[in-house]
Design a protein. Sequence first.
Length: 566
Amino acid sequence: MTDTVTFNMKHRSAALTEGPERAAARAYLKGIGYDDDALAKPIIGVASTWIETMPCNFHLRALAAKVKEGIRAAGGTPMELNTIAISDGITMGTPGMKTSLVSREIIADSIELVGRGHLFDGVVALSGCDKTIPGTVMAIARLNVPSVMLYGGSIPPGRFQGRDVTIQDVFEAVGAHSAGKMSDEELHELEGVASPGAGACGGQFTANTMAMAYEIMGISPMGSAMVPAQDATKADVAFSIGELVMDVLRRGVMPSEIITRKSIENAIAGVAASGGSTNAVLHLLALAREAKVELDIDDFDRISEATPLLCDLKPGGKYVAVDLYAAGGVPLVANRLLEAGLLHEDAPTVTGLSIGEEAAKATETEGQQVVRPLDNPVKASGGLAILRGNLAPDGCVVKLVGHERRHHEGPARVFESEELAMEAVTGGKIEKGDVVIIRNEGPAGGPGMREMLAVTAAINGAGLGEHVALLTDGRFSGATYGFMAGHVAPEAFRGGPIAAVRDGDTITINVDKRTLDVDLTVSEIDQRVAAYIPPANPDRTGVLAKYADQVGSASEGAVTLVDEPR
């Protein structure tokens, strides 16, 4: 790390604020309240993803104010900026969901642009909903100035008919309602209580998965992520983050020193041990590319296979994020990984301690049942696997949480969009043994690689979760559970073998052999793919058309590609 004595804390902003030639710039800034004293200090960008369209990020404006207080108290000048956010949960099952993954790139781009343009000396990024978390950290990796990410935290569960519920229950209730198992009144009552206030979804869905991953990676301070959004101490966490970024700046610690091969592997182990979202594969691959770290999709399989599933968290388990916080939080998970020898314990973190030192400080609440001991895991291996075969030559991701199946063979039921599949599920047209295939939902084909939570939840709600499998070149929500394979690559729109499948073709999923195959010859697949014409797509306009033209494969993180040296 850089020498703490010699590091210039105004290493970038001096070019913006110092010298006679910068008088005009200072005049602009003085006109909105920055005086000479403020402009003489290091300038820290406070990049918030606050928005009023969802609960996940609704409270971030208040947290940003506390972060700024901490920065000022520690000798810096904060400048707040805002960027976009798209709610996965609210847009789920609609054309609007196509914008979600696209937003990750725009979040990263916009924070990077402001950081570059205004020469911030450091950055605190505040995240909440799914894509805001990787988007902010991707920007941090690009800017490579002293930075910290703060996750806004999760909501508590709601209460319905005497039991705890999350948004997952609402999605599944739609399937139960369509199957005649829930009344209109019950569904209406459930939707009124399932998401009680500001904060991200409660289970180990994508938001909490990525927050945990980045805390174990070390770009967020240990113990910060799982403090609930509505907890009185969250404001204190935000203030301390403001102080921390100034300490990181004084020490001259750059994100490139934190985001390394070792720390990314630590993050993957955390995802595997917690039964986290398959979206972590996309987001960590994308971050690795931004950080110029070599990482392959098969690394996820290797690490997951060696890592026991230790957390009994929804969607496959019993507990939610606030329960994990009460049990000991992310430090307890890191401690288990340390105990198992699965942590690169020398990897540095923003606190100045190594991840091993942070994990060793963990405390465990007596009698907690959220994080299992190593000798009694939920499962012997982690929560995901990477399969290949003639249907997914570039790989796909299978979630192994919430079910025990590792093999399924059955006839294909092919749908050209999520909406068509949803109609079949809610219309009672899917039978036990079927393999539901949803294509043209990949990064370019969607465009935007929608999550299939509405369909998977409806399948489970209709009582078919243990009897069917689902394949897609799209994504799954972190709230998805069941025998599902997503990110099938190459995608149908770009000539992947999934385009060759027709109703009735036999599909075989074999987790133990790590294979995903269709019972067709190579020549049959080639002939069908050559003859396949994707359906017309009215959404391929504007920003989605730009994204479709530039986005790469899901097997490489679905990042937008440009011709630049790497």
